[in-house]
Design a protein around this ligand. Structure first.
Ligand code: F0G
Length: 417
């Protein structure tokens, strides 16, 4: 296996500590076998085997050399693209599609990276896998580790992850360690544990996670007949997806499989926006922030993949935007009321598309795919708090509070107006 450090450019041949000696993050360097779009089309009708996965369908572009005996798959991917009039109207983007990654087996996009990184862990003979998480990575890792028979250790910021996600990690049998601190503290501990205890890291610091997440872009393009949209908007926390999307597009272009590249819009929460500050301020180095947002999945102040993500924004003529908690929750309410539904962090992409359309960064006739990263039921508490007006400092625009009535039909008629 060959890896390249995105900071110093050096080639690296083993994932010791998962970073380069200089501290930079690594990316996989492929020698691609011959392939074509027809190969990916031909696999769409398969009913069994790894190629029916919406990740492994693109094996030649993700992990060409791994043997079928190492692949740990549910399968994942094959998530839907939706058009919803209400969301188009709300954002002002008429030609808008929602790519719902919450439809993956454990309810988030993480399964795409996890199937690849866990398979690579099996291939390389790892026995203990570990991650830091705001919840979804731990849920996904716990499920795939259980399937592969690996011991799983998750580090989560104490009291900061939703019960939906915590329940998954516990139920799938992971060792759950609650760290007294933030996600960024948990991430530091995972890095140290990998060096000192030999844990195999399954955060997007592991370049194989990024390889799997490239398939979100591949699948969006395939579902659109390989016709790229003008924009892809994606919520941004630790920046693994933003990194993956740029690599996917760069490689597709290199291979001559696409000509036009969509622009990537990477959307952070206003209270957890170090990447936005870096890009806006034209800084050379990311300055960590103390994160604060209702979207707990992206409550991250010191994202790991910022160098790769910055390459994505530069190469795709992309933008970085940030949106307030109120904008996130109102966008979520609109996505939810369209019947599609998502968790709070996911709606950052839709809130970002609205903001960028209002600022005319996204043009009137441009087509936008917004990635929804997680399922509505990942965080029911926040949804209920929004609709019952129980969120401090946040006035909901689309609240749908439940009504309490006497147990007779007359009162029910009255309540329903
Ligand atoms: N949306 C959701 C629902 C997430 O869970 C995450 C990240 C993101 C967006 C941000 O994606 O890190 O690729 O920029 N969740 C991680 C976790 C950090 O631990 O589950 P990113």
């Amino acid at each position: 296996m060959k890896y390249r450090c995105v900071r110093c450019g050096r080639s690296v041949y083993a994932l010791n500590g998962f970073t380069c000696g200089c501290g930079g993050t690594l990316e996989v360097v492929h020698e691609f076998p011959e392939t074509s779009l027809e190969v990916f089309e031909s696999r769409l009708s398969l009913l069994e085997g790894p190629f029916r996965s919406g990740v492994w369908r693109y094996k030649e572009l993700i992990h060409p050399r791994i043997g079928a005996d190492c692949i740990v798959t549910r399968p994942e991917g094959n998530t839907n693209l939706y058009r919803r009039g209400g969301v188009s109207m709300y954002t002002g983007v008429e030609r808008l599609q929602l790519k719902h990654e919450g439809e993956n087996p454990t309810g988030s996009f993480k399964d795409r990276g996890m199937t690849v990184a866990v398979s690579e862990a099996v291939r390389s003979g790892a026995s203990v896998v570990a991650c830091a998480s705001t919840g979804n990575t731990s849920a996904s890792m716990a499920a795939y580790a259980a399937q592969a028979g690996l011991k799983a250790v998750v580090f989560i910021p104490e009291g900061e992850i939703t019960y939906g996600k915590l329940a998954q990690a516990l139920a799938y049998g992971a060792h759950v360690i609650q760290v007294k601190g933030s996600f960024d503290d948990a991430m530091r501990i995972v890095k140290e544990s990998s060096m000192e205890l030999g844990f195999y890291v399954l955060n997007s610091l592991n370049p194989w996670r990024v390889e799997g997440q490239k398939s979100i872009v591949f699948e969006i393009l395939q579902q659109r007949g390989w016709e790229p949209p003008d924009w892809i908007a994606v919520p941004a926390g630790n920046l693994g997806n933003t990194a993956a999307f740029g690599k996917a597009l760069r490689e597709l272009k290199q291979l001559g499989l696409i000509e036009k590249t969509p622009r990537i819009a990477s959307i952070q929460a206003e209270g957890a926006n170090p990447f936005y500050r870096l890009w806006r301020g034209k800084l050379n180095h990311l300055e960590a922030v103390k994160p604060e947002t209702v979207a707990s999945a992206i409550k991250i102040g010191n994202p790991v993949s910022w160098v790769k993500a910055l390459n994505t924004i530069r190469e795709t003529d992309g933008v970085v935007e940030c949106v307030s908690d109120a904008e996130i929750m109102d966008a979520k309410a609109v996505v939810d009321a369209s019947g599609v539904g998502c968790e709070p962090a996911s709606a950052a992409s839709v809130a970002g598309a609205k903001k960028l359309r209002e600022a005319a960064v996204i043009g009137q006739d441009e087509e936008v795919v917004c990635v929804l990263t997680g399922h509505l039921l990942k965080d029911p508490d926040t949804t209920v708090r929004y609709h019952t007006g129980a969120m401090e400092d946040l006035r909901p625009s689309f609240a749908n509070p439940p009504k309490v009535v006497d147990a007779d039909l007359r009162s029910i008629e009255e309540a329903l107006g």
